[in-house]
Design a protein. Structure first.
Length: 487
């Protein structure tokens, strides 16, 4: 049996535009000069979002502007709404991965859109200790969102959407679903306007009035799809909708309300975007070590800031701290009216490996944070750590940006190499401590070598790493083996 939780966002068209403000949106009623969001169909324009107490959804924009000349009309931003729904769907992944995004456009002029995210919570009830535990988790996840969210619970996806729009309490039993929904008005169903008009014109006022009719009669008057829609609503017919799957690459764009030239002011909208990025990483169960922030003006490429973390992470706070560090020493060079976030490379999520009596990883975390801070303040080219590269030639077997995750299959070698090999007196015959390690290669990059490497001991007992160049027969010193070194 399915049980759906729907997160309905009644004010999303207005709220996504408020995300671009340099300060939080007002919580009280706005003044007559506030923002008005409108939808357009041909020459018709009508209000679908506003905080003014005397402006209602569905009013014509011309009428509103005539009454309140100082309002700021803005067209609906469908791309921003879609991005916000994807972010909410990523949060819903923490409850279950059976998530559906519902975007319903206005059915006709003067109608409003409907936006929601729904998740099948039946498999998660035991995990969260029952329905109340799931509702508490949903409330926790949405508590700090910049969107007003209405919750609805029902045995079918469509019924959960309906109860969320109507503000009904949870309905968990399929046998009680019809009775719980029966009093709801027909206008709340969001059926096709032709069917709604026909039902209202024939005296039907509630869903219960419609359910009293035989399905065959409804089909003959309203078409064969109408009874099937009722069956999906009541859970007696499957509702096949595509599941939400987080995209493989992360892209987020936010248009700011005005050009902002203070990087401190940019941190407010960026904090929201970073939180969305964290929700995306958690939904995909991956880590990221690099995030690109782009500040742009309208239709420009913009200024890029690449944030790199020493250890892959899911924490938005780490990337925000890196951005603060970067801008405190090298602030943006121009004002911005558009923010973009990009990430392409991710690492699989792996739990940290600790010993049985390990007291934690605070030391490693502090060290990684220090490296991140130095790299951000000084620049990527000023800080590096040596790593291994796939090359047998000793002077080319390491790199400032090499990997330290694996050890190549090579004989033991000293860690301390001279900057340049130094000419060496040929050792007496029979005094070399090992069979030679022959290295022959480098023809592919015009730096060929033909060498036989030996270990030798000088008069002070120091172990030396020397080689004979097979091309000219000369001997050279290249490395020293430190006391206690084991290759």
């Amino acid at each position: 049996m399915s049980l759906w939780l729907s997160l309905f966002l009644p004010d999303l068209p207005l709220e996504v535009l408020e995300l671009g403000d340099a300060k939080p949106a007002p919580t009280a009623e706005a003044s007559p000069s506030g923002r008005v969001v409108y939808e357009r169909a041909g020459a018709r324009r009508w209000v679908i979002g506003c905080r003014h107490p005397r402006i209602a959804a569905g009013e014509t924009l011309g009428s509103v502007q005539a009454r309140f000349p100082n309002v700021r009309p803005q067209p609906r931003n469908g791309a921003a709404e879609a991005a916000a729904l994807q972010s909410l769907a990523s949060l819903a992944y923490r409850i279950n991965d059976r998530v559906v995004i519902t975007r319903e456009a206005p059915r006709a002029a003067f109608d409003s859109p409907s936006n929601a995210v729904s998740v099948d919570i039946a498999p998660s009830l035991r995990l969260f200790g029952g329905l109340q535990g799931v509702l508490d988790e949903a409330a926790r996840l949405t508590r700090d969102l910049p969107y007003r969210v209405q919750l609805g619970v029902a045995p079918s996806l469509e019924a959960a959407l309906l109860t969320a729009r109507a503000g009904l309490g949870p309905t968990t039993s399929p046998t009680e679903l019809a009775g719980a929904l029966a009093p709801l008005p027909i206008a709340l169903m969001r059926w096709p306007l032709e069917a709604e008009s026909l039902l209202l014109g024939s005296g039907h006022r509630s869903l219960g009035d419609v359910l009293n009719h035989d399905p065959a009669a409804l089909s003959s008057r309203l078409g064969p799809e109408f009874p099937r829609a009722l069956q999906r609503l009541l859970g007696s017919l499957p509702d096949p909708r595509p599941w939400f799957v987080p995209p493989a690459r992360y892209r987020r764009r936010l248009d700011l309300d005005t050009e902002i030239d203070s990087w401190h002011a940019l941190l407010f909208p960026l904090r929201r975007l970073f939180d969305e990025f964290e929700a995306y990483l958690r939904a995909r169960q991956v880590n990221a070590s690099e995030l690109t922030v782009i500040l742009a003006r309208r239709r420009s490429e913009g200024e890029r800031f690449v944030l790199r973390s020493t250890t892959p992470t899911q924490s938005a706070a780490i990337f925000l701290r890196l951005l603060r560090e970067h801008w405190s020493t090298r602030p943006p060079s121009a004002a911005a009216s558009e923010l973009r976030l990009r990430a392409d490379r991710f690492a699989e999520l792996a739990p940290p490996q600790t010993s049985l009596f390990d007291n934690g990883t605070q030391g490693n975390d502090a060290w990684n944070a220090t490296l991140d801070r130095l790299r951000t303040r000084l620049g990527d080219g000023q800080l590096w750590q040596p790593g291994l590269t796939a090359d047998h030639r000793p002077e080319r077997a390491w790199s400032p940006n090499g990997s330290v995750d694996s050890k190549p299959f090579l004989p033991e070698r000293p860690l301390w190499l001279l900057r340049e090999p130094r000419a060496w007196t040929p050792p007496p015959a029979g005094t070399l401590a090992n069979d030679p390690e022959r290295i022959s290669g480098g023809w592919w990059d015009d730096a060929p070598v033909e060498r036989d490497y030996y270990r030798a001991t000088d008069h002070d007992g120091q172990t030396l790493w020397i080689y004979r160049d097979r091309r000219d027969g000369r001997w050279y010193l290249q490395g020293l083996e430190l006391p206690g070194e084991s290759g």
